[in-house]
Design a protein around this ligand. Structure first.
Ligand SMILES: *Cc1c(COP(=O)(O)O)cnc(C)c1O
Length: 208
């Protein structure tokens, strides 16, 4: 209801925003309950937890990886997830490409951007992402669908707005480099998703 209200407020169609239920730390029973209520997309941030849990969840659940991905976990990630939202280096993308090739599949990905340049966070620096974009796009098993970010934590949601706006502008620059549209902006969490929707989010990641 809040997503719908935020879309109406922003003059957007409610269908243009997908709710990603961040299910990390939640047991399969809770996920099943959500799935039975019509929730389809779920997000996990640890491969080990996902590997144990996903087989116990309903088959209709669709899984997104949203955590920091180490190269030695890529093979599992490629098997478990239908989208990897946290690609933050060329070497990681190359490893995903290699494992997808072996598994004969393609992987939709988002490029994670460290939009505020926080030392404590993973994610591409914006200029680095733009510089590597063409090479990333040439990896045959990878489909770049857009950008993802986690802005600096703040108690009020308005504080996040400039970062969301920045990510939207960065997506426009990336589209210019690629000469093609990127459909997704994954931004907005429990504390700030309404503002993210006003700034163009298409995927909101809600945990708490
Ligand atoms: C945990 C997590 C979320 C959900 O955050 P909430 O504030 O609990 O909604 C969203 N995105 C990422 C990358 C996360 O790790």
């Amino acid at each position: 209801q809040r997503i719908r209200a935020a879309c109406e407020h922003a003059g957007r169609s409610p269908d243009s925003v997908t709710l990603l239920a961040v299910s990390k730390t939640h047991p399969p029973e809770t996920i099943r309950e959500a799935a039975d209520s019509g929730q389809l997309h779920f997000g996990e941030n640890k491969i080990q937890e996902a590997k144990a849990k996903i087989p116990l969840c309903p088959g209709k659940c669709r899984w997104h990886f949203i955590g920091h991905l180490q190269s030695n976990k890529v093979r599992d990630a490629v098997e478990l997830f239908e989208m990897i939202q946290s690609v933050d280096s060329l070497s990681l993308a190359q490893e995903i490409n290699k494992r997808c090739d072996q598994a004969a599949k393609k992987m939709p990905v988002l490029l994670e951007v460290n939009i505020a340049g926080e030392a404590s966070k993973s994610g591409y620096r914006p200029e680095k992402m733009l510089a590597e974009l063409k090479e990333l796009n040439h990896l045959p098993r990878i489909e770049i669908h857009g950008l993802m970010t986690v802005p600096p934590w703040a108690p009020e949601m308005e504080k996040a707005r400039p970062y969301f706006r920045e990510l939207r502008r960065l997506k426009e620059r990336a589209e210019a480099v690629l000469g093609a549209p990127l459909p997704h902006l994954s931004m907005g969490m429990s504390g700030d998703f309404e503002v993210a929707i006003e700034e163009g989010a298409t995927l909101v990641r809600i945990g708490t």
